[in-house]
Structure formats: structure tokens, C-alpha cells
Design a protein around this ligand. Structure first.
Ligand code: DX5
Ligand code: ZN
Length: 219
């Protein structure tokens, strides 16, 4: 399992997004949190900013859509060229159709689950996705405390993915830091979102390297 680090620009300076993206050249992805103030109680950015970022960085964009009606709004992010587009299971009424559409537009398709959403009901969707995102905080804000209660679900999700051939990436998002990343990796996660732990650090390159080496050592 190759460890991948996806710094979240939610903790970056929104007035200097191109520079903030350039500050993490050693990252695998740039994680972009789209929030609509309905699915989560916070409002961030949308398609025009993602389109601008796509022109401003060579890093692939990992779009995490925390929005209602992703069935309607997700495909344009794939069409724009996001490398990965993740929708929330709690918000989608036609996930199979939407995930297939994301894939057909050339992006990796991700499915996200909130901390209280069990993974087992989504077992049959494993063949439809390229990444499963398990939230390790309630979505909406950066800088929250990591929820250890999600660790057993990470293990169960990893087992489920292995039963299906192990192709699907398992991402964790929320409170991931040098304190918590080893627990996540040991439980079976392989893609790590980090907002505060990267953009709250003085040296972002060193922060990404530190997270990667801890996760690689624990995997
Ligand atoms: C929270 C977002 C996260 C957030 C993580 O709802 O989905 O991507 O940026 O921030 P940290 O790593 O600071 O918890
Ligand atoms: Zn996120």
C-alpha cells in the first residue's frame, strides 16, 4: 500500500491559493473542501475556484464535496479536470449513477462517510468507487480533534476492500496529524488528508514529509 498525502487548502490562506498549492510540491494531491452551508454549517468555495486552481497547480486536485444534491453538482468538477471527486453517501440519492458519471468523465470516484455512518451498507458500492473516504471528524471545519471511535470502522473498511481485491484507496480526513496518522495507517488507511497539520506548520514541505514517513512506518 503506497502512502499518499493530500494537504487540505481549507487551512491555507484563501487570498493566496496558488502560492499555497506551490508550497506543497512533495504532496500527492491537493485536497479541496467544497462546502455549501447546507450539508455542513460552513461555506467555502465552488467550481470557479476549482477551475482557477486547476490552472494554477500541477498537483492533481482531490475534490471533497460536502454539499447537498451531489448528483446534480458533482459531475462538473470531473468535467473541469479534478483528478478525484468525492461525494457524501448521506447526501446522494443516486450514488451509483453519480459515481459512474464521475468515472466516465475521467476522474477517480470517491464515496465519503461521516463518523456515524456505517460502512457495511455500502459494501456493494465498492466496485463503483476508486476511493472510500472515512471522516475522522464531523465534516465542516478544519482543526477539529481526531475521533478515535472511527478506527474500528477503518479496520472493517480495509478488510472489506481486501475481500474485493484491494484496488480501492482508503482515505481519512479530519484531525490527521503527527499524533494520529500512525493509528490511521495501522488500521489500514493509505490516503491522508491534513489541513492544520500541513498549513498550520511553518515548513509545509517538512510537514508533508513527516506525515508520510510516520504513515509509511506504521502501515
Ligand atoms: C473538514 C474537511 C477537512 C479539513 C481537515 O470537514 O473535510 O478536509 O480540512 O482539516 P484538519 O486536518 O485540520 O482536521
Ligand atoms: Zn475534506
Amino acid at each position: 500500500m503506497a502512502v499518499q498525502i493530500s494537504p487540505s487548502i481549507l487551512s491555507a490562506d484563501f487570498a493566496r491559493l496558488a502560492d499555497e498549492a506551490a508550497a506543497v510540491p512533495n504532496a500527492d494531491w491537493l485536497h479541496v473542501d467544497v462546502m455549501d452551508n447546507h450539508f455542513v454549517p460552513n461555506l467555502t468555495l465552488g467550481l470557479p475556484v476549482v477551475e482557477a486552481l486547476l490552472k494554477a497547480t500541477s498537483l492533481p486536485i482531490d475534490c471533497h464535496l460536502m454539499i447537498t444534491d451531489p448528483d446534480r453538482w458533482a459531475p462538473p468538477y470531473a468535467e473541469a479536470g479534478a483528478g478525484s471527486v468525492t461525494i457524501h453517501a448521506e447526501a446522494s440519492s443516486a450514488p451509483v449513477r453519480t459515481l459512474r458519471e464521475i468515472r466516465s468523465l475521467g476522474s477517480r470516484a470517491g464515496l465519503a462517510l461521516n463518523p456515524a455512518t456505517a460502512v457495511e451498507p455500502y459494501e456493494d458500492l465498492i466496485g463503483e468507487i476508486d476511493m472510500l473516504l472515512l471522516m475522522t471528524v464531523e465534516p465542516g471545519f478544519g482543526g477539529q480533534k481526531f475521533l478515535d471511535m472511527v478506527l474500528p470502522k477503518i479496520r472493517r473498511a480495509r478488510a472489506l476492500i481486501e475481500r474485493r481485491g484491494g484496488e480501492v484507496w482508503l482515505q481519512v480526513d479530519g484531525g490527521v496529524s503527527t499524533e494520529t496518522i500512525e493509528r490511521c495507517a495501522e488500521a489500514g488507511a493509505d490516503v491522508f488528508v491534513a489541513g492544520n497539520a500541513v498549513y498550520g506548520a511553518g515548513d509545509r514541505v517538512a510537514a508533508v514529509d513527516a506525515l508520510r514517513s510516520l504513515a509509511s512506518g506504521a502501515a
